[in-house]
Design a binder for this molecule. Sequence first.
Ligand code: AMP
Ligand code: ZN
Length: 137
Amino acid sequence: MRDDCIFCRIAAGQIPAATLYEDEDFRVILDLGPASRGHALILPKEHYANLCELDETVAAKVLPLAARLGKAMTAALGCDGFNLVQNNGEAAGQTVMHFHVHIIPRYQNGPKIVAWEQGELSEQDKKQIVEAVKAEL
Ligand code: AMP
Ligand code: ZN
């Protein structure tokens, strides 16, 4: 746990947050600046800066927990779907450098939240990207 990390302090219960769920590994809280009603954050109690640093045992528990939360939100809030968003690095929009997963409930006719303009994948790029990434795995 890092004293200079706000999510470490929230996860440890040192800073109050609206907690939806807690166990030995995680605290799930409501986001203070919600994209939609019920927007929540899954915070591991241990400090990991991002997905690439996340312990694999902890990582294995994240998706089942997100599914549980998503199901509960659907039942409790009447959302029609939900997005999982997980930002890594400033360029990707990460503002708090403690791994977290956003669970964003989506409502029929609600605003577009996770959307991008579709580009095109050229044959040349396709080949180059596949080769370059495979070589790093
Ligand atoms: P990200 O941009 O993926 O790093 O997301 C950080 C999220 O944390 C944003 O959606 C903020 O609204 C949220 N946030 C920042 N500080 C707090 C806090 N003290 N309690 C709840 N949510 C927070
Ligand atoms: Zn932290």
